[in-house]
Design a binder for this molecule. Structure first.
Ligand SMILES: [Fe+2]
Length: 361
């Protein structure tokens, strides 16, 4: 298949200043007090709420279990929780993440503490700083890999046992930029609200569909030359996974489980699969379903999102960017939909074993 027809790139100019979904964090909805917590919703539309800035958690000590349970309830409602200036370090970042599920993902691209700037296999280094302190450059495979993070996605949908939560924590950097620090944003889409806004006929079409998710598909979309053929160890680390397109979110509403990793609808051809997948992703990216989070410059902000009921994307790297140190912990899904579909369901939907080894370039 000619990937130039589906290659996706986004300019690093987001968010547009005129967007309705932009930076509601700086005003808008009334804040709510719940015990020691203060909650400021980002988008409220009818009975749908998405994103909330939460203050009142004492991050200087282990978070008590009753507060953890209160936060999980908020998470089920808002899907993205934002905490400012937490002061968390790696150890406490991991400790809080462990309170949210049975298991954390181990970074499959961790090749030993001596080869990793963060030095912690339970954290992904998703900033732009090399281990020697220099900034990542376009000639590096890591730069090309990061371009895929600028496509709308949900983390780890390409895992057979998918992830539940991601917790992205920014750290202060010691770099002295030779120009004003770049503003950085992460963009979030409410896939529950996007689903509920679809016409009934589309919902009926989508309901039975199973999607093949493949990390190397999204890497090829964003960086077709570097990832025309992924390296053998890359392919071995991340084989594809199969999940239903329409799922039930923790709050009971239906949601789209969708990502740039979504390669093929099981039983469909590649071209028609990609057409539907990108029509749906672009539907979810409509401004009424999206907000853009501006990160603080000092470090310490933490964003905790639910991959089962939202999508997100970063801004692509640029050669003008200043240093950014962000690290992600990922909580494995331990719920009833964690493992996607069975072999039998896949075959009944039209999956054939030979598709497992197909590389579409
Ligand atoms: Fe991500």
């Amino acid at each position: 298949m000619d990937l130039t027809t589906v290659t996706r790139t986004y300019e690093n100019t987001c968010p547009p200043s005129s967007s309705l979904g932009t930076l509601h964090l700086k005003g808008g909805h009334a804040q709510v007090r719940e015990g020691q917590l203060t909650i400021r919703p980002v988008i409220v539309s009818g009975d749908s709420s998405f994103g909330a800035e939460v203050s009142g958690v004492d991050w200087s000590r282990p978070v008590p279990e009753d507060i953890v349970q209160q936060l999980i309830k908020l998470q089920d409602t808002y899907a993205v929780l934002i905490f400012r200036k937490t002061g968390l370090d790696n150890e406490r970042h991991i400790a809080f993440s462990r309170q949210l599920g049975k298991k954390l993902e181990i970074n499959p691209f961790f090749y030993g503490r001596e080869n990793d700037r963060v030095g912690e296999p339970l954290l992904w280094d998703v900033g732009n700083i090399n281990i020697d302190g220099t900034l990542v450059q376009p000639s590096q495979r890591r730069w090309q890999h990061s371009l895929g993070n600028a496509l709308w996605h949900t983390d780890s949908s390409y895992h057979h046992q998918r992830s539940k939560y991601s917790l992205l924590l920014s750290h202060p950097t010691t770099h002295v930029p030779d120009r004003p620090a770049s503003k950085t944003y992460t963009h979030f889409s409410d896939t529950r609200h996007a689903y509920s806004s679809l016409p009934l006929s589309t919902k009926l079409l989508l309901e039975p569909l199973i999607v093949e998710h493949d990390l190397w598909h999204s890497r090829r979309l964003a960086s077709p030359v570097t990832y025309s053929v992924p390296l053998p160890h890359e392919l071995a680390a991340k084989p594809p996974a199969y999940h239903r397109l329409v799922q039930t979110a923790p709050d009971g509403r239906k949601t789209l489980y969708l990502a740039a990793h979504a390669k093929r609808i099981v039983g469909w051809g590649m071209k028609e699969s990609q057409k539907l997948i990108w029509e749906l992703i672009e539907w979810c990216a409509r401004e009424e379903f999206v907000f853009s989070l501006e990160w603080g410059e000092e470090g310490g902000d933490m964003v905790w999102w639910d991959n089962r009921q939202s999508m997100h994307r970063a801004n692509p790297y640029t050669t003008e960017m200043t240093a950014r140190d962000v690290r992600r912990a990922t909580v494995v899904d331990d719920g009833p939909l964690a493992f996607g579909v069975s072999e039998q369901e896949k075959r009944e939907a039209g999956w054939k074993p030979e598709q497992a080894v197909t590389v579409d370039v």
